[in-house]
Design a protein around this ligand. Structure first.
Ligand code: C2E
Ligand code: CA
Ligand code: CA
Length: 960
């Protein structure tokens, strides 16, 4: 019924509409299909492009490390290069090789195997490659070249990374990618539904195809997308494999149909649009999913997909393994939990990465086990299901950085070491030297590289030396020793050298590393020490050590040749006085002058040496007559008796005492010869100096005697064999006793009663006088204490020797005794001879000062016989002068009377008291009294007598 009511016009319209609609539907279908096709192709192409870019970037970009490494180590060898590159290359199977071309010649390559042909290529000779090499250097960027036919066969894409060392161009690092594999890896040939063409722009602005997935004519209305490269651009284009859907409808119909079906079209279009969009994203998602799944799960490289917040959206197995989390856990984590920086930094990095085609970060990531690793992250924004994500590759570079740091450190050590370092290859060609090497040898690096170390050879060492060195090197892998080498300037120098062998895994020698230091200075100081050890630094004469060697040889020679030799032992007289009164500088000058004078009197063959202090020895070889020695000795004593003039206008008079011992008459070996000459010298000294004496048997006896006495004295003190004799001192004006001098006696159990003349000098020389003085101090204090307690106003003086004034032992002993005995210190008096003071002036003065401060009295003994220098008198704390008995004895002569008079006046001037010793006659007493000296001591009144006798004789008169 409805039809029935349908009018014809309406039917026609409807028919027309139906036709139009069917036509329109046809058109729309094809139109929509076309658009859908374009969308689809674009999607797929974008995915292919992403794959391609990934292939290129991961392979090329990661090699930046190589260029950095080479820039740091411009002189690296093939081996080092291989070592470094192999570590990086493990995962990248699209790379055919990585080569290093220094100065445009390929000098190193990895792997070497299969790429030998490329070694030695000079890019300048290959026009096809030259251009891109130069360009890479000119623009300082990575240039991707190719595809090119490779010399070693196959087709490759070559990326060139320029390397600069400082401002200098080192050359280029080339990464040769397997063109086929890149194309395959990117999936360009796999997608059978697309015809894909890859084009690169040429220099003249055109493009040229470098890949086409299907043979045949160019593409029709292709979808074209740019491929981003480090430098320049490629284009990837595609059309559907079976062409675009055609639109086969006449425009008139389309126009009419449009008019008629505007609304229907609109509605349908809305619906269709909706459906198509769904379809597209569904397909895209599925394809992307598939692609990435495949990519992800299979790849050994750690990969993550992050969103803008840093959430880990996806992670591959490798990532799970690397970070130590199950993938299921990893994908619930955020980058902020792994990255060691603060959240803001991590977020900032992610945001920046989203804005760039590709970015690289070096970060620190924490693994599940808590360890922190250095990683290099390469991020590329990708779109998955229309949402932006960050596709991120993670490469662990911890070891590389450590290696680099170690390398840098060793490089630093190499460059800054003060020791010269030279590295040679197995064939002993120098391959590397450090700056210290150049500084020491004078050869610059350029001059020496390629040379052999023998260029440094001094010619001093015989071939056998080096033969032995290499034997040791081969056996031990190490050699160390001193060697003389030659600098570029020709000078020869000593060096302390260590050589070590560097072997590879197969025990083959790779390098020799030599480290050396210039030991010229050490050698010089060794020689100096050697000289010091054998020569006297003041006079330049041989010293005791050296002389003993000479003497020993001379004795051996004489023994062999049945000849003779003689030893003269020389000891200067009064040297000590010069040294102490004029100072050490004057003393030294005097010794030099003495040496000069002695030398001037010697024959060439005579050896003069200084034994120390003012002692010299002279070795005379091969003399004939004893008279020759007499003449020589008297000449020398005469020569040295002449005055010396020192530089500050001092005239000094010394002399020399000489002792002579002969081989073989006096001694049959060197040591005895020396001892006996010394003993003979001692004898000549005793005769008053400026004399010489030959060794005789009795000298030996005397010398032995001296030694036994010294040993016995110590015992004598312990066994109480010592005794004090006292000699009184009188005041003749008031006719009363004022005190006494204590004089030592020794009741020797075998030798009997000994006076000081028998043992005091020996005791001083052997230092055993110290025991004596200690004993003496105790005795004196106890006597004075007894006298004082009994009310006798008497002092007791005792004699101290030079040795007692060399340190504070005496002072300590005195102070200790003063504490133990109740005595008035002024009643204890010390007698010191002038020479004892002058020998140790400084020390003697300090000691006397402290004794004086403690209240003790000090008297100068034998005054007038010594040096009687007025200069020291006012510098010393002295209470009393004792006029030597020599003057007292000669008082009757006019001159001596004058001397005594002047001593008395002197003492008065300095506020000292004066006592005359050795008064033997009444006349002497009278004269002394006349001259104003009222204190006396001498045989005239009393000889020294035992203590008990003294006390019974004198003490009743002195009671206060
Ligand atoms: P000295 O200190 O000059 O002692 C005086 C010496 O002259 C004593 O000889 C004494 O007996 C002697 N004498 C005294 N009056 C006369 C005289 O009228 N005519 C002559 N011809 N001689 C007289 P002695 O006891 O043999 O002592 C000799 C030297 O030994 C002393 O000379 C002194 O330097 C030293 N001496 C004595 N006892 C000690 C001592 O305990 N320690 C130290 N270090 N030296 C001592
Ligand atoms: Ca005395
Ligand atoms: Ca005296």
């Amino acid at each position: 019924m409805i039809i029935k009511t349908f009018p014809l016009r309406a039917f026609a319209i409807i028919s027309l509409l139906a036709v139009a609609l069917s036509l329109l539907a046809d058109f729309l279908a094809s139109k929509w299909e076309r658009e859908q096709q374009i969308n689809d192709v674009t999607q797929r192409l974008a995915s292919l492009r992403a794959n391609l870019e990934f292939e290129l970037y991961t392979n090329v970009e990661l090699m930046r490390g190589v260029s950095a490494y080479v820039a740091l180590n411009p002189n690296l060898s093939q081996k080092e290069f291989s070592q470094f590159v192999s570590g990086l290359l493990a995962q990248r199977n699209s790379i055919i090789n990585i080569g290093g071309a220094r100065d445009f010649v390929v000098r190193m390559i990895y792997p070497v195997e299969g790429n030998q042909k490329a070694l030695g290529i000079d890019y300048r000779d290959i026009p096809a490659q030259r251009e891109s090499v130069f360009k890479a250097i000119a623009v300082r960027k990575t240039i991707l070249d190719g595809p090119v036919e490779l010399v070693q066969g196959g087709v490759g894409l070559i990326a060139r990374l320029p390397v600069f060392v400082g401002d200098e161009t080192w050359g280029v690092i080339s990464v040769v990618l397997d063109y086929e594999k890149v194309i395959e890896g990117a999936g360009l040939s796999k997608d059978a539904s697309l015809n894909v063409v890859l084009k690169k722009s040429t220099d003249n602005g055109n493009t040229t195809a470098i890949f086409a997935s299907s043979a045949g004519a160019g593409l029709v209305e292709p979808v074209s997308l740019p491929v981003k490269l480090p430098y320049g651009e490629w284009f990837i284009e595609a059309e559907p494999a079976d062409g675009w859907t055609g639109t086969h409808f006449h425009p008139i119909f389309w126009f009419i149909a449009t008019l008629l079906t505007l609304i229907a079209f609109y509605v349908a279009q809305l619906r269709q649009n909706n459906r198509s969009l769904h379809l597209q994203s569904f397909q895209a998602l599925r394809r992307s999913e598939e692609k990435f799944r495949q990519f992800f799960s299979s790849h050994a490289v750690v990969m993550l997909i992050l969103d803008e917040q840093g959430n880990i959206i996806d992670a591959n197995e490798a990532a799970g393994k690397y970070y130590g989390y199950p993938v299921s856990e990893l994908v619930c984590m955020r980058m902020q939990q792994i990255d060691q920086s603060d959240d803001d930094t991590v977020k900032g990095n992610i945001q920046r990465a989203f804005m760039r085609a590709s970015s690289r970060f070096v970060r620190k990531h924490r693994l599940a086990d808590g360890s922190v690793r250095h990683i290099e992250a390469f991020s590329t924004p990708v779109e998955i299901a229309e949402r932006p994500f960050l596709f991120t590759l993670i490469i662990d570079i911890t070891e590389r950085l450590e290696y680099q740091a170690r390398w840098e450190l060793s490089q630093h050590v190499f460059n800054h070491s003060l020791e010269g370092i030279m590295v040679t290859d197995a064939h002993q060609h120098i391959v590397s030297v450090n700056p210290a090497f150049s500084a020491i040898t004078g050869y610059s690096e350029q001059e020496i590289i390629g040379q052999k170390p023998s260029i440094l050879s001094s010619g001093i060492h015989p071939p056998a030396f080096f033969k032995k060195m290499f034997q040791e090197l081969n056996a031990e892998g190490f050699w160390r020793g001193e060697i003389w080498n030659k600098r570029k300037s020709g000078t020869v120098f000593p060096e302390l050298l260590s050589i070590s062998v560097v072997k590879d895994n197969d025990e083959q020698i790779n390098y020799f590393v030599a480290v050396f230091s210039d030991i010229t200075h050490i050698k010089q100081s060794e020689e100096k020490l050697e000289r010091l050890a054998h020569y006297d630094s003041l006079t330049g004469l041989p010293n005791r050590v050296q002389f003993k060697l000479h003497l020993h040889h001379a004795v051996c020679r004489a023994e062999r040749n049945k000849s003779s030799c003689a030893l003269l032992f020389l000891d200067l007289d009064r040297f000590k006085v010069v040294n102490d009164s004029l100072g050490h500088i004057a003393g030294d000058e005097l010794l030099i002058k003495v040496t000069e004078r002695l030398t001037s009197r010697l024959r060439h063959s005579d050896i003069l040496a200084r034994m120390g202090g003012d002692e010299f020895v002279l070795l005379i070889e091969d003399y004939r007559e004893q008279s020759e020695l007499v003449t020589l000795a008297s000449n020398l004593t005469q020569e040295l008796s002449k005055p010396f003039y020192l530089s500050d206008e001092h005239e000094v008079n010394v002399g020399v005492s000489i002792g002579i011992a002969r081989f073989p008459q006096d001694a049959n070996n060197a040591d005895d010869l020396l001892v006996r000459a010394d003993a003979a010298m001692y004898r000549s000294k005793k005769t008053g100096g400026a004399n010489f004496a030959f060794y005789t048997q009795d000298i030996l006896v005397e010398a032995n005697n001296r030694l036994t006495i010294a040993a016995e004295l110590k015992r004598a003190v312990a066994e109480n064999e010592l005794e004090l004799f006292l000699q009184p001192q009188f005041d003749i004006k008031h006719q009363r006793i004022i005190g006494a001098e204590a004089l030592l006696r020794w009741n020797h159990p075998v030798k009997g009663f000994l006076t000081p003349a028998d043992f005091i000098q020996i005791a001083e020389q052997t230092r055993s006088i110290r025991y004596v003085t200690k004993w003496l101090v105790k005795e004196v204090f106890s006597i004075v204490e007894r006298w004082q307690s009994q009310g006798h106003d008497l002092f007791l003086s005792f004699n101290v020797s030079a040795l007692d004034l060399s340190d504070f032992e005496l002072v300590d002993a005195m102070n200790t005794a003063a504490r133990q005995h109740k005595v008035d210190a002024s009643r204890v008096e010390l007698e010191i001879v002038e020479s004892a003071i002058i020998e140790n002036f400084q020390s003697a003065r300090n000691i006397l000062q402290s004794l004086r401060e403690a209240g003790f009295s000090v008297a100068i003994d034998d005054f007038g016989t010594g040096y009687s220098s007025l200069a020291y008198l006012d510098k010393l704390p002295i209470d009393k002068l004792k006029i030597d008995r020599e003057f007292t004895g000669k008082l009757n002569t006019d001159t001596q009377g004058a001397v005594v008079k002047s001593i008395i006046d002197l003492a008065a001037n300095f506020g000292m008291s004066v006592v005359a010793e050795g008064v033997e006659t009444q006349m002497q007493e009278a004269q002394l009294q006349q001259l104003g000296c009222t204190w006396v001591q001498g045989y005239y009144y009393s000889k020294p007598i035992p203590l008990a006798q003294f006390e019974s004789k004198y003490l009743q008169h002195s009671r206060v």
